[in-house]
Write a protein that binds this ligand. Structure first.
Ligand SMILES: Nc1nc2c(ncn2[C@@H]2O[C@H](COP(=O)(O)OP(=O)(O)OP(=O)(O)O)[C@@H](O)[C@H]2O)c(=O)[nH]1
Length: 437
């Protein structure tokens, strides 16, 4: 069975959407990578600091060796909190920090050598526009990650959720518990510090890179986008389907109206044709087929309701002569005029039938034999008195009877017999034959 065009289009659209969804998921998984790398070639401002600025004696130095950063620290416990520190400044304006919440992992390729504790602390200082002070970095949120470089200097990969907020910073700044979580949407500064141990140390750190890794679009965001895509496609399809249904409905209604119109016209035409088939084209009177049903109905009603039903057979006398002397066309005209004369003198509910040739029949419901005879006499007189196009006087003969409880053929034959009798009596005569008692 052939698949409809609309179904094929729907299948094609679903297939394309499916392929697009898979492609987007694969793209999100394999591509769309977002990386922030700190190494010897970074353009960010990187400086080495130590407690010397605050009265201590520790010495921190930084060298760039190709892609590598060499961070040396001679830690002296003279100061209360001795430290060496690498400071990376992403922006001079704390309002213009970097959004680190978009990264999912941090990768550290750092090796350490020398004597003393090798533990390091990485801080992402987040500047909260609402609560932090631009001129006091101690008010910038201290997101902290402690780690110890691996002996072989291999990469350490940690999820960003491993960061936490330094508890002493929370205490010092009276941060309420609701706001104690890690926040790193606006980080203008990164710090790499020694672990805060108060002992002498001579350390050398080789930093190949500190790399933050993430995706421009997260898997969740991509899934949401794909769901939205399917929803939009479904809504578009439904809207389109509804429009199509409406137009199909309108079209079929139009078509139905057209067909109804055509049907009505055909019925009218049929009625006209049916009516024509029941009438004599020359005189417009009913023909034998035209009177058949009415005769049966009227006869049945007359017998049921015991009402009289009369029939008058009329025949123009010597009509043949009209044709012979004046031509067939004149004969037709005379027939038309005779028919019109009869019609004019009968009631609306009487029937005028051209029985054949120059012979006509009048069927008169609710008419007694006496009244039918009187009508026939009046028609006979009118025919004789009429002025005919032949210029000659014309007469007609009439046979009259009424219906008894008998076959219709007997009823009509009696009327015909009465007409024959009228002709026999010399024409221009009315003969009335009562039905048998
Ligand atoms: N012009 C014309 N003549 C017709 C038509 N139908 C029948 N006739 C003629 O009517 C004539 C009837 O003749 P007859 O049956 O001999 O009767 P008649 O001459 O009227 O004589 P009676 O009836 O005995 O008085 C015939 O000549 C038919 O040709 C018609 O439609 N038009």
């Amino acid at each position: 069975m052939p698949v409809p065009l609309a179904d094929r289009r729907l299948r094609a659209a679903i297939f394309i959407l499916l392929m697009l969804s898979i492609a987007l998921l694969v793209w999100q998984h394999l591509g769309l990578n977002r990386v922030l790398r700190l190494d010897g070639e970074s353009t960010y401002q990187i400086t080495a600091l130590s407690d010397r600025d605050e009265g201590g004696a520790s010495v921190a130095t930084l060298q760039r060796q190709g892609q590598r950063l060499l961070f040396d620290c001679k830690l002296k416990p003279d100061y209360e909190w001795p430290y060496c520190e690498l400071r990376v400044s992403f922006s001079n304006d704390p309002h213009q920090g970097i959004d680190f919440s978009r990264f999912s992992h941090i990768a550290l390729k750092v090796s350490a050598s020398g004597t003393g504790a090798q533990r390091l602390r990485l801080f992402l200082r987040d500047f909260d526009i609402g609560s932090a002070k631009a001129d006091d970095p101690l008010t910038w949120r201290l997101n902290e990650l402690q780690f110890e470089p691996r002996a072989d200097g291999s990469e350490i990969k940690v999820p960003m959720r491993a960061f936490n907020v330094a508890s002493w910073w929370l205490n010092n700044n009276n941060i309420p518990i609701e706001r104690a979580a890690v926040e790193m949407q606006n980080v203008p500064m990164l710090l790499l510090d020694t672990a805060g141990v108060r002992e002498k140390a001579d350390l050398q750190f080789k930093i190949d890179y500190i790399e933050f890794r993430g995706k421009w679009v997260s898997a969740g965001e991509m899934a949401l986008f794909i769901v939205a895509l399917w929803l939009c496609a479904a809504i578009t399809y439904l809207a389109h389907w509804q429009l199509r249904m409406r137009s199909t409905l309108a079209h079929s209604r139009e078509r139905e109206a057209e067909l109804q119109e055509l049907n009505a016209a055909l019925m009218l035409e049929n009625a006209k044709i049916g009516e024509k088939a029941k009438r004599d084209p020359l005189t417009g009177a009913l023909n034998r087929a035209g009177i058949r049903d009415a005769l049966l109905d009227e006869a049945a009603r007359a017998l049921d309701e015991e009402r009289p039903l009369a029939v008058i057979f009329c025949d123009i006398d010597h009509f043949k002569r009209v044709n012979d002397e004046h031509g067939h066309a004149m004969g037709d005209t005379v027939l038309q005029q005779f028919s019109a004369l009869l019609r004019k003198r009968i009631r609306q509910r009487d029937y005028l039938v051209r029985w054949g040739g120059e012979e006509f029949v009048l069927l008169c419901p609710d008419t007694s034999l006496e009244h039918a005879g009187q009508l026939a006499q009046s028609l006979r007189y009118s025919t004789e008195a009429n002025t005919w196009p032949t210029g000659q006087t014309m007469t007609a003969s009439f046979g009259v009877t009424t219906l008894a409880t008998e076959p219709l053929a007997t009823f009509l034959e009696r009327a015909d017999r009465a007409l024959y009798e009228a002709k026999h009596r010399g024409r221009n005569t009315v003969v009335t034959l009562p039905p048998p008692v």
